[in-house]
Design a protein around this ligand. Sequence first.
Ligand code: ARG
Length: 455
Amino acid sequence: MWAGRFQKTLDQKADDFNSSIRFDHRMYAQDIQGSMAHAAMLGRQGILPQAEVDKIIDGLESILRDLNEGKLAFDMQAEDIHMFIEAELTKRIGEAGKRLHTARSRNDQVAVDIRLYLRDEAEEIVSLVKDAAWAIVEQAEQNAEVIASGYTHLQRAQPISFGHHLMAYAMMLLRDIGRIEDAVKRMNVSPLGSCALAGTTYPTDRAFTAQKLGFDGVMQNSIDGVSDRDFCVELMSAFAILMMHLSRLSEEIVLWSSWEFKFVELDDSYTTGSSIMPQKKNPDMAELIRGKTGRVYGDLMALLTTLKGLPLAYNKDMQEDKEAIFDCIDTVKMCLEVLAPMVRTMKVLGANTYRAAQKGFINATDLADYLAKKGMPFRSAYKIVGQIVAECIEKELVLDTFPLNEYRKYSELFEEDLYNEISLETCVNKRNSEGGASPKSVLGQVEWVKKELTK
Ligand code: ARG
């Protein structure tokens, strides 16, 4: 391609090292799309004769068709996808192919390609996140009445609807969708026409190509247009946060499917057995989602680190952006595709979550509230209930079985109605504050999230 300046060809190992076609070939459709818009602009501006432009566009269309249909193989000897398509075009249409690169550089070309590619992928990922959120919402709705313990420090804390716990994740995923969409909005401006770094002396029309490619506008500084990959970093950050949420949910699913908890039973299609222990049913999918989260963080760190010391404008280091972001996207998609059906088919074992809620004195706050509502300052009530809990533990009782005459030794305010007040059903049903843990609140959240998801 640059034979003019060189007397020797590139060393084979150096050539392999330099080449990116083995991973950037996946952007072929976007590369062709960008080139078509560029060619159309060159014709419209009178930079190239329309007859040549028509040839270029026909040629690009035939290449796209052949690649889509598997009739044309990528040449792994090419330096990258951009060089491959340009060379193929020239092979097919001759001289006119050599004119396509007028008023353009691979630096703005690659920046356009990645944005177009990520725009499509981000849209797909958003729909996968929505599907995962739906799965969670459906489970929450079905299990709104299921009583469970909420935890802090992984210690039983307060009674909640199991659906309430699940809905927390639905809210997180909604924000993840918002973060991805925000990043896409900032990314959707065209770097095409920045050329190598300094723009061009040709009378190009950047707004035209931007509009043709569905961008919302053009980047206002040509050096910025070819130098930054902040849009990749931003999207990957949103994906990293999303994975952090998926990983926490996965961790809970791993815990919940253990015999120690047994709050859920995963469907056979999302579990594996052991090669030696016949009794095992392992939550491999959840574990892998948790594990792959580290990998996505790694991809983000890799790109941030690659970029941090780069002088403006383009540097070859930036070719490293692709493997990181492609791996990130592939991983996130795989995780979502497995997580959604795994959650959807999971069986919540309400009897077990209820049994766990009966132990651990999780209605102790409600007992203190009982005294406080009768006029005792909350701090004093808190202390008395603490003493009662200690006595119960010693006598192997729970608050629900501790006799009234014993209660009354602590305070005259205790009456028969306390047992109803501290029953798990009452404790959960009464947590009706906005965003609270009652079934009624959960169903309200379900409606709210469904509306957000169908916006
Ligand atoms: N394959 C390169 C990349 O992905 C394309 C841009 C190359 N530009 C250049 N001046 N070498 O970054």
